[in-house]
Design a binder for this molecule. Structure first.
Ligand code: MN
Ligand code: MN
Length: 464
């Protein structure tokens, strides 16, 4: 008999041993990915090496492409576009999934070094939406690149190895925090006090002695001087490792799951999906956390540049090919949503909230204050997605980001929807999003992989 009432059953219920094993082993690899991809540059590198290991080749090395070819484009070491070419012309549309590989963090300022109260420190400027108090008194690691004036590029990663030192931001002892404790949360820690403690031994000279000593150490190890930091991108991220969470090990706690969880699940889906008639495209983009701006963010025409390469190499030279491609394509914006937090029930409306462990979440729209800024997926496309998930036994839940008028947010969905694609947000619910230690359910991580794979394999068009 047809189910009249929509049911909401935990994903972990009624699973076979095999299914459970699949979930846990998939997540072991995901944990590994998180530990090796703490920045967008590191994620870019890991994604490209996985693509290459699975037969994808750099598009620049091919003169022609044919159905079945697997290609990728490395955009400046910070974002990746990949495609499995289908038998249908690109102009007839593609199945595309987009996730972002940048996460909130602290960036070094261009002139970071200074000395105060007999200690050496680094100035930072935070990146993305953070609650500043969460970033004090935790171990931080330092990742990034320094480019010398002669073009030489030095990569650094300090604080991940057990034998490395770590860094930290100090905070006031409670004994002297009477005034600080009375401030509103967002004022208690100022952006300009997110300074990284990096050393305390002075050099033998007397001017800026501790700072000089640190710069001497860096010069010996990396051959760099203070001026080289003006052409660097150094990010401070939590030095915690991704770990299984809970007695039942059903969850994952890690930095950077927004949005590397969807990046990982969609990468595995692209690699493992059966061929569709439609070309399958995966994009892994930078700068989502600050508005998808710049030439590595998805607002950039760099993606069009990649598409034009695909057209050219597959022999498409008609006027308006790019436009047709956009207007005929279907896309999942693979980004995380807010999981219901038992400590903060008041911000969510229980009928339209996501619960971790209950499957991939579909957000028909995001935005704030009356859906402002939202890409509101058409009901026809929501029906399409439901059909894909239901026929492949993928557990899904429909939700909003919090109660009406309580806040809001957005993803890359609107950017590609503006160009004509059917786009819908589907991702993994996260608790403590944007914090140094975000929480997901292993069930949902695997459900996202199954959902993305099913979407890639679809040969259907949206029925308008
Ligand atoms: Mn995100
Ligand atoms: Mn985010």
């Amino acid at each position: 008999m047809e189910n009249i009432l929509k049911d909401k059953i935990c994903g972990w219920k009624n699973l076979s041993e095999d299914e459970k094993n699949n979930i846990f082993s998939f997540n072991e690899k995901y944990i590994n990915f998180l530990n090796n991809s703490k920045t967008e540059r590191e994620a870019n590198k890991v994604i490209i090496s996985e693509l290459e290991a699975n037969g994808f080749v750099d598009i620049n090395n091919l003169d022609y492409i044919n159905a079945g070819d697997k290609v990728y484009y490395n955009n400046r070491g910070k974002s990746v576009f990949a495609a499995v070419i289908g038998s249908e012309s690109l102009e007839n549309g593609v199945n595309m999934i987009g996730a972002h590989i940048d996460s909130p963090r602290l960036d070094l300022k261009p002139n970071p070094f200074y000395e105060d109260a007999k200690l050496a420190l680094l100035k930072t400027h935070y990146y993305g939406g953070i609650k500043k108090y969460q970033w004090t008194t935790i171990p931080l690691s330092m990742h990034g690149i320094i480019v010398k004036a002669n073009g030489e590029k030095i990569s650094i990663s300090i604080g991940e190895d057990e034998n490395d030192p770590i860094f930290t931001i100090t905070d006031l002892l409670p004994h002297l925090a009477v005034e600080q404790s009375n401030k509103p949360l967002r004022k208690a820690i100022e952006g300009e006090s997110l300074n990284i403690l990096i050393g305390s031994i002075p050099s033998e000279s007397d001017k800026d002695a501790i700072k000089e000593n640190i710069l001497n150490l860096l010069n010996e190890k990396y051959g760099i001087t203070e001026i080289d930091f003006c052409s660097s991108e150094i990010e401070l991220v939590p030095a915690f490792k991704a770990r299984s969470l809970g007695f039942d090990k059903s969850m994952i706690a890690s930095y950077g799951q927004d949005d590397r969880v969807c990046a990982y699940a969609s990468l595995q889906a692209l690699i493992n999906a059966k061929q569709s008639a439609y070309t399958q495209i995966g994009i892994f983009v930078d700068k989502e956390e600050i508005g998808s701006v710049g030439n590595t963010g998805v607002c950039s025409y760099t993606f069009d540049f990649f598409m034009n390469k695909l057209f050219e190499k597959s022999g498409i030279n008609s006027m308006g090919a790019l436009n047709k491609f956009y207007c005929n394509s279907r896309m999942i914006s693979a980004d995380v949503g807010a999981g219901m937090d038992p400590n903060y029930l008041e911000v969510s409306e229980p009928n339209n909230a996501s619960y971790i462990g209950y499957g991939i979440e579909i957000n028909k729209y995001t935005g704030s204050l009356g859906k402002s800024g939202a890409s509101d997926a058409n009901a026809e496309f929501v029906g399409y997605i439901r059909n894909v998930f239901e026929t492949n036994n993928v557990k899904y839940q429909l939700s909003e980001l919090g109660k009406v008028d309580i806040g809001g947010g957005g993803t890359i969905a609107y950017i590609l929807a503006n160009r004509g694609m059917d786009v819908i947000d589907c991702g993994v619910p996260v608790i403590s999003m944007h914090s140094p230690y975000e929480v997901t359910s292993k069930y949902d991580v695997y459900a996202a992989y199954c959902a993305y794979k099913a979407f890639y394999e679809s040969n259907q068009k949206v029925n308008y």
